[in-house]
Design a protein around this ligand. Structure first.
Ligand code: SF4
Ligand code: SF4
Length: 142
């Protein structure tokens, strides 16, 4: 599974078309909409987490660009949903920076965000989807 947070800017001519639906139907991708806005000149901006197989992801993004949508990556950070973490330790095996590590003797998995390189390896390694990628700021619509 591959996932990224993308900022999609739809020019006025295509803002009314159901382009994003094709990502699901034709490219077998899934998405979570994080924010959406229509600007005064009728351009649309959509911030979404898009995920699926990497080759489908690339094809889907190419499709968006072919439709005239401007696609950019959002600045991202990794967060842990504490209530989802079972402290199974799977993420500590893949984390290259030691941001995720086991505290002994309690055997609890700690997450030190300041050590995180946002490599995203823990996101696919976590069986409960406790590790999430998020945009670092909310200034998408400036
Ligand atoms: S893999 Fe997920 S559930 Fe397991 S310790 Fe890491 S964050 Fe928690
Ligand atoms: S994104 Fe990479 S560096 Fe950050 S906690 Fe996950 S595995 Fe470790």
């Amino acid at each position: 599974m591959y996932s990224k947070i993308l900022i999609l800017r739809f020019p006025r001519e295509v803002a009314h078309k159901p382009i994003v639906c094709h990502l699901v139907k034709d490219y077998d991708l899934m998405f979570n909409i994080l924010n959406a806005q229509v600007l005064p000149r009728k351009e649309g901006i959509l911030v979404l987490e898009l995920y699926g197989e990497k080759k489908n992801f690339k094809s889907g993004v190419s499709f968006l660009k072919d439709q005239g949508v401007k696609v950019t990556n959002a600045d991202q950070e990794v967060k842990r949903l504490e209530e989802r973490c079972t402290h199974c330790g799977a993420c500590t095996a893949v984390c290259p920076t030691g941001a995720l590590h086991i505290r002994r003797p309690e055997m609890r998995v700690e997450f030190e965000e300041q050590k995180c390189s946002v490599c995203e390896l823990c996101i696919t390694a976590c069986p409960t989807r406790a590790m999430r990628i998020r945009p670092t700021n909310k200034m998408f619509f400036e």
